[in-house]
Design a binder for this molecule. Structure first.
Ligand code: EPZ
Length: 460
């Protein structure tokens, strides 16, 4: 019954750890590319299934390493999972454990999203504290403070977050008014899920407005939760005693879609992508237009990128509906080839410029000043051996490799496989010249700066 969930890359390709991606640049792309379900929505919704004492069917679930890991964490909590194509059957009725295993959680930050639903459903939860990662310290103080406001006792000892509902006959959390110091996506999702089964009303102010938060709210509503205001900065949840089974489609991945729009722009190619929700990409489309490209909504679910001369522009990453931090690295790759100087300010994460030295290895001219990258456009990039330091940095190196003269060899593909489903197969289908090869076939690969590896092992 239980098809294993661990996600294998397409069986023929060597596993990420011992393979590199070779890209021969300057090939123009054309045609249509299918956009997969949203990683950051699927991860939160899989955690949300812990709220439900009946079975949940999720559709359009991307085949990604992170999804496989979240599945293993749910299994360790007693949840039954079965994957058939891009559909995931989840049965959390026999949830029998409220302790998530360190060896799994330490590999996947998003597993911390299980804290809220477990606490709401079981009255208690023990989740290892997710450490920092390549892009920042990633504290969880807003999650913890919100749960405490809902009446939970939360102790952090020996790297473990132990949360439980104090005293009271009913092990239910209590509704509360919570103001978030920062519109954190994760904290909003944790508290919104916890509040679905709490007694009374919860109001989350300065809430995150990301489409993935709205998708999670849609999933919870489909299970019978009472939530309104998602997609605005104030979310109101009226707790219900329990939830019921659901059949729910995950939204398309706006970051994967944004990455392919940049692939069209950086290779001066016209490509069509679908399914997408154009409204989710407003800040991305606006910047592509500033850069000189056209982005046309072919219909309600597809976009066409028409390339133009690349003009410099300034970017500041912000919470949604501002410019997404997850698109910062791909756009930096694009702006390395723009006419003029661009200033890129990363304001969401304190250490998300790890791709700069690698792009400079390819002939880019980027200087870092605090959280700002000053990008002087150059006429051409040249292929080189480079190292991916995190998920979106790996996408930026693939994009730069598509535009560069000669061969680029990318190491650290385990980052890519966490967040992009079959990226190279999709690019090959559009006409890109790239292949994944085992390292020993590439042994002469000049190893780039080792230091970058240690930091970058934890997934986002
Ligand atoms: C989600 O991370 C996404 N991950 C990230 O995508 C994305 O970059 C981020 O939102 C912002 O859009 C998933 O959904 C799995 P945050 P999350 O809480 O929830 C600080 C990718 O590439 N903060 O909004 O962890 C935090 O340190 C990944 O797919 C606190 O200070 O992001 C950061 O500086 C990377 N205290 C800022 O808020 C807290 O308790 C934004 O973090 C929580 C967060």
């Amino acid at each position: 019954m239980n098809h294993s969930l661990s996600i294998k890359h397409n069986n023929s390709a060597p596993a990420a750890q011992e393979s590199v991606l070779e890209i021969w640049g300057r090939a123009s792309l054309k045609g249509h590319v299918k956009i997969s379900g949203a990683k950051n929505s699927a991860l939160a919704i899989m955690a949300g299934s812990l709220l439900c004492p009946e079975d949940c069917r999720l559709r359009n679930v991307p085949a990604l390493v992170d999804i496989g890991m979240m599945g293993e964490i749910l299994s360790a909590l007693g949840v039954k999972l079965e994957r058939i194509g891009d559909t995931l059957e989840i049965d959390a009725r026999h949830l029998n454990n409220s302790i998530a295993p360190y060896e799994l959680v330490s590999k996947l930050r998003a597993s911390f999203f299980a804290l809220g639903p477990l606490l709401a459903r079981m009255g208690e939860a023990r989740i290892p504290l997710p450490g920092g990662c390549a892009i920042g310290a990633r504290p969880v103080d807003l999650h913890v403070r919100g749960l405490q406001a809902m009446g939970a006792e939360v102790h952090i000892e020996h790297g473990m977050v132990h949360a439980y509902v104090k005293g009271t006959l009913s092990k239910r959390l209590k509704g509360a008014k919570i103001y978030l110091d920062y519109p954190s996506v994760g904290a909003t999702e944790t508290l919104m899920m916890a509040a679905t089964l709490a007694e009374g009303e919860t109001i989350i102010e300065n809430a995150a407005q990301e489409p993935e938060v709205t998708d999670l709210a849609g999933f919870c509503r489909a299970m019978g939760a009472q939530i309104r205001g998602d997609g605005t900065n104030t979310i109101v949840i009226n707790g219900v005693p329990s939830l019921h089974s659901v059949d729910y489609p995950i939204i398309p991945d706006r970051i994967e879609a944004g990455t392919f729009l940049v692939a069209g722009a950086i290779t001066h190619s016209e490509i069509i992508l679908s399914p997408v929700v154009p409204d989710h990409l407003i800040p991305v489309i606006a910047k592509l237009k500033d850069i000189g490209c056209q982005v046309i909504a072919e219909d309600a679910h597809s976009l066409r990128i028409v390339p133009g001369n690349l003009l410099a522009t300034d970017i500041e990453t912000l919470p949604y509906p501002g410019f997404p931090t997850d698109m910062q690295a791909p756009f930096m790759a694009l702006l390395t080839l723009a006419q003029g100087n661009s200033a890129i300010a990363e304001t969401v994460f304190e250490n998300r410029l790890g791709h700069v030295p690698e792009l400079n290895r390819m002939g880019a001219d980027i200087r870092i000043k605090g959280n700002m990258a000053l990008v002087r456009g150059v006429p051409i990039l040249s292929g080189a051996p480079v190292m991916a330091t995190d998920l979106r940095a790996s996408a930026a190196l693939v994009l730069a490799g598509l535009a560069a003269d000669g061969k680029t060899t990318i190491q650290g593909l385990h980052h890519l496989d966490r967040g992009y489903e079959n990226l190279e197969a999709k690019l090959q289908q559009l006409g890109a010249k790239l292949q994944r090869v085992p390292i020993d076939a590439e042994s002469e690969v000049e190893s780039t700066s080792e230091v970058t590896t240690e930091l970058s092992e934890v997934s986002h």
